[in-house]
Design a protein around this ligand. Structure first.
Ligand code: URA
Length: 230
């Protein structure tokens, strides 16, 4: 919300008071004097007037989890454990997943209460590369590389996937970098060759790499630097 609206929503300020208070440098947001009426105030921002706290600002939280196979990327599921069950944190109902993985896919999963941050991470226009380690049932041919770069037509969405980078590691293993996150995208891409994905593991999303110290099912808070990367 805009700072001027935030202030004028409080019963103690008229619109004129707000203008004058801002001009006089009596308002701070996150410790910095702000005179700009359009300055963005979020649920995480601390706002003060003459040093008095008007809004405490709730803590923004960011975690990376090593998702194990066999759990659901949802906040609730009637049958299976969910990724949120793996978190020992208060107020879990405030948290959401940024970029889901299939039930049997493992690897990097990001969880936060900051919707703006997770939108930046997942919106298609950001085009952050998501890197997967893939194991397949059949051999992976050299000719796959060109097809992944060219794109696959997905009839359901009526679109062609953006260029993806495939590195063949050995006969049945590859590393794949994609910039989208379509439903079952990796499996459908390999499905074009009738080649079933038997293991799928996400190693990174943009600059955020799964911490090798995290065992499956374990998680940690992101560092300030990791949060800022997005
Ligand atoms: N592509 C898939 O097919 N599954 C995932 O979990 C992620 C990407």
């Amino acid at each position: 919300m805009r700072l001027d609206r935030f202030l004028s929503n409080l019963p103690r300020f008229s619109r004129k008071d707000v203008r004058l208070a801002l001009l006089a440098g009596r308002v701070t947001v996150d410790g910095v004097t702000i005179r700009e009426p359009l300055h963005e105030v979020r649920e995480f921002s601390q706002v003060t007037f003459d040093g008095e706290i008007l809004q405490m600002g709730k803590p923004a939280r960011y975690f990376m989890l090593h998702k194990p196979p066999g759990c659901v990327s949802a906040t609730r599921d009637p049958q299976h454990p969910t990724v949120l069950d793996l978190l020992d944190e208060p107020d879990k109902q405030d948290l959401h997943i940024a970029g889901r993985l299939d039930f049997n896919t493992s690897g990097l999963m990001l969880i936060t209460n900051d919707g703006q941050w997770s939108r930046r991470l997942t919106q298609p226009s950001t085009k952050l590369p998501k890197v997967y380690h893939v194991e397949t049932e059949q051999e992976i041919g050299e000719h796959y590389i060109e097809k992944f770069a060219e794109g696959f037509y997905f009839a359901f969405e009526d679109l062609t996937t953006l260029p993806a980078h495939l590195t063949i590691l050995d006969s049945h293993h590859a590393r794949l970098s994609i910039v989208e996150g379509r439903y079952h995208q990796v499996k459908r891409m390999f499905g074009f060759f009738d080649n079933k994905v038997v293991n799928l593991h996400r190693e990174s999303i943009g600059p955020l790499v799964l911490d090798p110290a995290l065992q499956p099912g374990h998680y940690r808070a992101l560092s300030a630097e990791e949060i800022q990367h997005i």
